[in-house]
Design a protein around this ligand. Sequence first.
Ligand SMILES: NC(=O)c1ccc[n+]([C@@H]2O[C@H](COP(=O)([O-])OP(=O)(O)OC[C@H]3O[C@@H](n4cnc5c(N)ncnc54)[C@H](O)[C@@H]3O)[C@@H](O)[C@H]2O)c1
Length: 252
Amino acid sequence: MGILDGRRLLITGVLTPASIAFHVARVAQEEGARVVLTAHGRPSLVRRVARRLPEPPPVIGLDVTDTGQLGSLAERVGAHLDGLDGVLHSIGYAPPSALGGNFLSTPWEDVATAVHVSTYSLTSLTMAALPLMGPGGSVVGLDFDASRAWSGYDWMGVAKAGLESCARYLAKELGPRGIRVNLVAAGPLATTAARGVPGFDGHDWDRAAPLGWDVADAGPTARACAVLLSDWLSATTGEIVHVDGGAHAVGG
Ligand SMILES: NC(=O)c1ccc[n+]([C@@H]2O[C@H](COP(=O)([O-])OP(=O)(O)OC[C@H]3O[C@@H](n4cnc5c(N)ncnc54)[C@H](O)[C@@H]3O)[C@@H](O)[C@H]2O)c1
């Protein structure tokens, strides 16, 4: 028996085999979950990546800025699963002008894109999936510690601060329906999204973290997501679980 035996999960954010979401999907299947993936832009690319999973899952298209695609999401997921026990939000994007030291001159339109895709989508995705979810459901999002300002992270850092607040409000609104909303604040991992942040190589993290940190190992982050998607943390909501080797807890 795995900790996700029989649980039905919608997993967003698979782009490459390095994507955090790919590792969550892998761990989830190993732990007994049934999975549907979403793909932004090129479903054929994600289908190819998904073939590397223990069991290639169905892939459906989803751009979280497209209200039509959000509106039809429950129906399209419902064609593969008769309900949902969990949703993984593993989505982030900020235009280049919003990253890499342009903080003081980023135009609003680019800030708006970053917040739309990376922050507001936690709510819009959750609401789109809600018709399929009941008590015991779990929503998990991927965060990067927003309690500090990081070099080069700029408006993505602001978007993550918003994501942290958004998760707390969702937890407040959905708790009475028995649905939990939590975030995993991961240390830096070598993915496509991370490569888009100038200077974001994560090597200092290994020195700062009491447990050390491997930017090439998404396993600890994926397993933390799996635990939150399971019913093992059934009284935990509005929480941020740091999976960062302990870096957030220590000074220099
Ligand atoms: N890599 C890190 O160092 C790190 C650390 C902490 C948190 N995170 C967060 O983890 C999450 C996943 O990122 P990743 O590092 O696995 O990189 P990734 O590039 O593999 O994943 C980002 C995903 O966002 C999706 N996406 C972008 N715009 C979208 C849209 N409009 N609609 C739907 N999907 C869209 C992309 O298709 C991609 O699958 C992000 O929220 C990221 O901020 C990453």
